[in-house]
Design a protein around this ligand. Sequence first.
Ligand code: ZN
Ligand code: ZN
Length: 333
Amino acid sequence: MLAALLEKPAPVEERPLKLADVPEPEPGPGEVLLEVRACGVCRTDLHIVEGELPPAKLPVIPGHQVVGVVREVGGGVEGVARGERVGVPWLYWSCGACRFCRRGLENLCERALFTGYSVDGGYAELMVAKAGFVHPIPPSFSDFEAAPLLCGGAIGYRALRLTGLLESGGRLGLFGFGSSAHMVLPVAVRRGLEVYVFTESESKVELAKAMGAAWAGPTRAAPPAKLDAAIVFAPAGWVAVEALRKLERGGRLVLAGIYMTPIERLEYELLWHEREVKSVANVTRRDVREFLEEAARAGVKPSVKVYKLEDANEALLELKHRPPAGSIVLAPR
Ligand SMILES: [Zn+2]
Ligand SMILES: [Zn+2]
């Protein structure tokens, strides 16, 4: 089968992914073999390919937003059938036994395996996945639309869950309005939250209002009311401080990025009155499954730009230098 293989991390300008004909993987017990239909291209892939996030194995096939159709099932597999369309996210496997897994925090499992990082991912025609860690894709999404839901969307949804507002309702701030926030906004609006969007881009201000935001404006602007919770998508420490300034007493700030510039001056006054700050790491199966269902109900429609598998390096170059408004997806055939 054809795969975009990473043998040695290097700047993406050197086109480190090599299109290779590699042996077809075989599903073991508890595993399924997928025919890959689409694989999203994520900023984390860029960090893996360039070596900022050194891959746990080499060579490795990147890609962790995989939509595929089950071609074969291994021994002992229940609940997943041949011909079913499923998604594989960043969480490839968790141990189920450690203190984190037992508390429902498999995203923090110290033995977890990650797709396209510790094991081969979806920049390929075929891929093996753990049957217990694939997720049914609602029929309303095309293969290409479903791919970005599996990472940016699912992480955004985990951040939304961690705000606590899905239980209590209230005013939610979204700081940064890229693809992840685009996927979360309709879900939050459908759940009855009042959403305030902070972005420096005037066109995004208009888009956010058209998508149902109660208010949208620049990051340093004062919103008409204090926020009960906020999610920061922008990887900039100063934005986190701005978000804290707008939080109501007892409010919670959730940082959704895996990377952020230092938070330089954090005055204690900004945390006073029981304000909290929390980061988001990885996703659980529950996050992915709930988000896929919520996104279908809320009519989330990710906009995607499709590249062929053989152009994976070009796709990463575009993400690095001229990121498009929506998400980038690879099509293996
Ligand atoms: Zn990702
Ligand atoms: Zn574990």
